[in-house]
Design a protein around this ligand. Structure first.
Ligand SMILES: [Zn+2]
Length: 246
């Protein structure tokens, strides 16, 4: 029996001589596909199933298997620009890698979030703003809520001076430990609070309200590595190129 769905391509790997293995995300969750002949020059499907694209696919869902066979793919959003731009590609790749490594029962929330983030990256929204919002939403969906109303150690709302990764939130002047905590400016703390309150619908507010950089994303990535995903290849790559771009 063939089934149809709209799928975001999270990863694309060449497989054997002419095939490709694809991990995709639909509203129903993640799906693993083999695309036979996708690496042949005359493949009809290849253009629609490149990384970060959105495709309407038909696949063979005959049996309860973990790997399905792709029948046809029709491109809905190509997002070619993301694959051609180093920083955008690095950020899109990191978002996709996080979702690939995630076990999830239901994909609908992630589907909407990832689709919106990839659209925003392509439309020229600040790339690190998009990444920060994705990371903050992902942390929240993992049940990780950084403390951004007061000091995570003593509860004080006065003289907030930095962020603790190990305790997960703001730290005040008295509780600040220079060997463990990250010192942040008032402006950086304000951004951190904003991003941890934002929903996906607030992307344009995030974009307009501040200037976002790698340092903002690095705090959220550190929280993620402290509490969740340990080794993300794309995170290492992004850190390396962040020194050279923007
Ligand atoms: Zn304190």
């Amino acid at each position: 029996m063939n089934e149809q769905c709209d799928m975001l391509v999270l990863s694309y790997k060449e497989y054997r001589e002419h095939d490709a293995l694809i991990c995709g995300l639909s509203e129903q969750g993640k799906i693993n596909l083999i695309a036979r002949g996708a690496n042949k020059g005359n493949s009809k499907n290849a253009g629609a199933i490149q990384p970060y694209s959105l495709a309407r696919i038909l696949y063979n869902a005959h049996e309860q298997r973990s790997l399905y066979t792709l029948k046809t793919a029709q491109g809905l959003k190509s997002r070619r620009h993301l694959r051609e731009h180093l920083l955008l590609s690095a950020i899109a790749s990191l978002i996709c890698e996080i979702v690939v490594s995630q076990t999830m029962d239901e994909g609908s929330e992630y589907f909407k979030i990832v689709d919106t983030c990839l659209d925003a990256l392509e439309k020229g929204t600040q790339p690190y703003g998009v990444l920060c919002l994705f990371l903050a939403l992902h942390l929240r969906m993992q049940g990780i809520y950084p403390e951004v109303e007061g000091c995570v150690r003593c509860g004080s709302r006065e003289h907030i001076q930095g962020i603790s990764i190990c305790d997960g939130g703001f730290v005040c002047h008295s509780c600040y430990r220079c060997e463990d905590d990250r010192k942040r400016t008032k402006e950086q703390l304000k951004k951190f609070r904003l991003i941890n309150h934002a929903a996906i619908e607030h992307l344009s507010i995030i974009d307009d309200s501040a200037s976002w950089d790698y340092e903002d994303a690095d705090i959220l990535l550190s929280l993620l590595s402290e509490y969740g995903n340990a080794a993300l290849k794309s995170a290492v790559f992004l850190k390396n190129i962040s020194k050279f771009t923007y």
